[in-house]
Design a protein around this ligand. Structure first.
Ligand code: NIG
Ligand code: FE
Length: 410
């Protein structure tokens, strides 16, 4: 075959693949090849079964070793923020709790002050390196929430920055409107009035193409079930999917509420009851586990892992990267923490950071290596895929491809 436009753009051979393309197991293929064209996978399988010789099949042929997995999907982050909260971390180490700090006007509200004080360009400049770090460790799809603006202009500013990050890094960014994250000082004595404002702003930011999903913080220090329901109804009216910071510090039955709205995911869920888990299973709502926040807050209440498994609720793993409870800049590290704290198997953790995380974002075109899926994949310097849930730190991602293009490594 001579060069022609039916040639694949690229082909990597000699690697091993963890395709995850079955309900269980890594879907391992050794001495494998992976081909792609126009951002989509065209070949996934043994090198020996390639339909012709490599040089004639693809414009660029790469001989490599290591393991290739689907690109990682970080389905829950607050990576756009200004400043940081290292001081609160020190206070917590001296005994103050997250809730005490929040009630005293710190916590989320201290980041709100920093975000409001930053211009859009400053916010972008501060946030981009964090997103770049996540990409450098294998992330090709990144969810980013608003929630530190808490007024129309600043929520919009955060969402605009999130979109700019996707463009700058060449990855997919999915934005989530989380204005119902905390009560801003202007509404300190009027939470219902604030929720009304949140509901009014939503169509305006949505109209600008800035919203892919809607989230809220349903908690004693956040918003009630009734207030959350109001936000969810506004999302539903616009055809937007919902997800929730649910049952993190107490059981407000947030997981069941999310399921009632056919939500994409219920996240945190440390305190979710069996009834909540059943509701999630019925609705197909994904459980997003956030071991970084669990770790940093030194929590002891585990999510209902056995119940999630027993009821067949898919478990995703995400960084929850945020300045308060999870200053975590590696999804692979979150996988390790999920194994250590939640006793996920490394295979569950990998599936949780790929296949199930894609589902938690409503994305059906990624999360496994299969012909026809997006060419989002990572080549890792490891001898076995279980190492991805094993190492703490290190530089394991040799190359990160999003839509068939290198976005990190080489
Ligand atoms: O997912 N729980 C609420 N939101 C974040 C924390 C945000 C913050 O403390 O800045 C979370 O843990
Ligand atoms: Fe969060």
């Amino acid at each position: 075959m001579t060069t022609n436009d039916r040639q694949w753009d690229g082909l990597i051979q000699g690697v091993a693949l963890a395709t995850l393309d079955a309900d269980t197991g890594y879907g391992a293929v050794t001495d494998a090849a992976l081909g792609w064209r126009d951002g989509v996978l065209t070949y996934v399988g043994p090198r020996a079964s390639l339909p012709a010789d490599a040089a004639s099949l693809a414009r660029e042929v790469i001989d490599a070793d290591g393991w290739i997995t689907p690109g990682l999907v970080d389905c829950h982050t607050h990576v756009v923020f200004a400043g940081n909260r290292a001081v609160e971390f020190e206070q917590r180490l001296q005994g103050a709790t997250y809730e005490e700090i929040a009630r005293a006007g710190g916590g989320i509200l201290s980041t709100v002050r920093a975000v409001r004080a930053a211009t859009e360009d400053e916010l972008f400049a501060q946030s981009l390196p964090r997103a770049r770090a996540l990409v450098g460790d294998g992330v090709t799809t990144l969810e980013i929430k608003s929630g530190y603006g808490l007024d129309f202009d600043n929520e919009r500013k955060m969402l605009r920055v999130a979109r700019r990050i996707g463009d700058a890094l060449g990855i997919t960014v999915r934005t989530t409107y989380l204005a119902a994250h905390a009560l801003p000082p202007e509404f300190a004595h009027d939470p219902d009035g604030y929720i009304e404002a949140v509901v009014q702003w939503l169509p305006r930011v949505h109209e600008e193409g800035l919203v892919d999903a809607v989230d809220a913080f349903c908690e004693g220090i956040g918003f009630s079930r009734t207030q959350t329901r109001h936000v969810f109804e506004a999302a539903r009216a616009l055809g937007l999917p919902v997800k929730l910071h649910a049952d993190q510090l107490s059981d407000l039955d947030g997981a069941a509420l999310t399921a009632e709205f056919g939500g994409l995911s219920a996240d945190h869920i440390e305190h979710t009851s069996e009834a909540g888990v059943r509701a999630m299973a019925r609705a197909g709502t994904v459980a997003v586990l956030l071991p970084g926040a669990f770790h940093v807050l030194r929590e002891t209440k585990l999510p209902p892992l056995d119940l999630l498994r027993a009821h067949g609720v898919p478990m995703a793993v995400a960084t929850d990267c945020n300045p308060g409870t999870s200053p975590l800049l590696s999804l692979r590290q979150a996988m390790q923490l999920a194994c250590t704290h939640f006793r996920l198997t490394p295979e569950e953790a990998l599936r949780g950071a790929t296949t199930h995380a894609a589902r938690a974002l409503g994305l059906a075109d990624r999360g496994v290596l299969r012909v026809g899926m997006r060419a989002d994949f990572v080549r890792w310097r490891v001898g076995a895929p279980a190492e991805l849930g094993y190492w703490l730190g290190g530089a394991l991602a040799a190359s990160v491809f999003a839509g068939g293009r290198v976005v990190a490594g080489s």
